[in-house]
Design a protein around this ligand. Structure first.
Ligand code: NAD
Ligand code: TYD
Length: 350
């Protein structure tokens, strides 16, 4: 792989992945980052990368749904591999405004697949970033494996399920060299503060209410973003073509426990005016419609075939994450100054 097209590289996981590939991995080629810069895309997540890795990093502002613009990228940069992160990624937004999810996640993925098919002679790999949410919801026991039937419950997960199916079908029908990874909830630096963990950290630091849906008993499996990036790169290099790999953090927690741990850790690091515990900020709010009860990942395929396990526990990962948000308050303030805050306020009536 010499010229990797990374889509959505200015988002949370994409930016961490580009940093990992250029700063830490053994990759020696070029990265071409295509991002439309939606509300979730922030070039600041990759500030300085173009100078630090001059000639090895290129940014193109484009919509993956724009076939002509994407064709120019494939042509100009002689793309030989794709790692496809670009998506509308927030479940709550998909409930309120599903249109963009259908366009970007389904039509956008289809466009990229068509271009990969057109340039198939030189395509080494099309890797698609999927989510465990395609498998639906678990009860108290059991795990999602790669064989679990798809059963998406939100417009977001339905659109991601559709894109997974398209990718797989291009592998089966056209022999396009594809791989898919379905991962659990990521957390870490550069995550847009509409998702549970960054929203909780930033609100807790500012003494604002911490919205917890329903009774906070829903369970997610938390994966530190760098562990995810390491797994993706491993799958890209060594994963079997037209196969899916689950990636999990081995870190199941109820939402209320996640929020409580963050409150306690911030209490230890930063004194709160008035000194009352930050847990007092927890506000139970209306539940999400169709809220999946529990996600839990069985990643034994990835562990057995490729030898990957997550390096971070929740305790070590969340400590790093909280410290990052404290040390990067400028980043957070700039991100929060956009139209996003009004959306959050409108949603939760806080
Ligand atoms: P994100 O919302 O932070 O970033 C998405 C990026 O895609 C943004 O930079 C945005 O500008 C870009 N984008 C959106 N529409 C585009 C379009 N039409 N054309 C070009 N660029 C576009 O998302 P994330 O959390 O980094 O997630 C990345 C991928 O990982 C997504 O495919 C998501 O479904 C998947 N995923 C995320 C998680 C998680 O916990 N965050 C878990 C499982 C899977
Ligand atoms: P989120 O970070 O949106 O990820 P996903 O919906 O993809 O799992 O939410 C994680 C969990 O936290 C989910 O069960 C919904 C819940 N949640 C809250 O309780 N409060 C919040 O403010 C948010 C954003 C999420």
């Amino acid at each position: 792989m010499k010229n990797i097209l990374v889509t959505g590289g200015c988002g949370f996981i994409g930016a961490n992945f580009i940093r990992y590939l250029l700063e830490e991995s053994d990759f020696t080629g070029r990265i071409i980052n295509v991002d439309k810069l939606t509300y979730a895309g922030n070039p600041e997540n990759l500030a300085g990368i173009d100078k630090q890795f001059s000639g090895r990093y290129h940014f193109v502002k484009a919509d993956i749904c724009d076939r002509q613009a994407m064709e120019m990228v494939f042509e100009k940069y002689q793309i030989d591999s794709v790692c496809h992160f670009a998506a509308e990624s927030h479940v709550d937004r998909s409930i309120v405004e599903p249109d963009a999810f259908i366009k970007t996640n389904i039509v956008g993925t289809f466009n990229l697949l068509e271009l990969a098919r057109f340039y198939q002679d030189r395509i080494i790999l099309f890797h698609h970033i999927g989510t465990d949410e395609v498998y639906g919801s678990l009860g108290e026991s059991g795990y999602f494996t790669e064989k679990t039937a798809y059963s998406p419950n939100s417009p977001y997960s339905a659109s991601k399920a559709a894109s997974d199916h398209l990718v797989r079908s291009y592998g089966k029908t056209y022999n396009l060299p594809v791989t898919i990874s379905n991962c659990s909830n990521n957390y870490g630096p550069y995550q847009f503060p509409e998702k549970l963990i960054p929203l909780t950290i930033l609100n807790a630091l500012e003494g604002k209410p911490l919205p917890v849906y329903g009774e906070g008993l829903n369970v997610r499996d938390w994966l530190y973003v760098t562990d995810h990036c390491i797994a993706v790169w491993l799958i890209m290099q060594k994963g079997k073509r037209v196969e899916t790999y689950n990636i999990g953090g081995r870190c199941e927690m109820r939402n209320i426990d996640v929020v409580s741990v963050i409150c306690d850790m911030i209490d230890e690091l930063v004194t709160k005016p008035g000194n009352s515990p930050r847990r007092d900020l927890i506000a139970f709010v209306k539940d999400r419609p169709g809220h999946d009860q529990r996600y839990a990942i069985d990643f034994s395929k990835l562990e057995t075939e490729l030898g990957w396990i997550p390096a971070e526990s929740f305790e070590t990962g969340i400590k790093k994450t909280i410290k990052w948000y404290i040390d990067n308050s400028g980043w957070a303030n700039r991100v929060k100054s956009g139209e996003y805050m009004s959306w959050i306020k409108q949603q939760y009536d806080l």
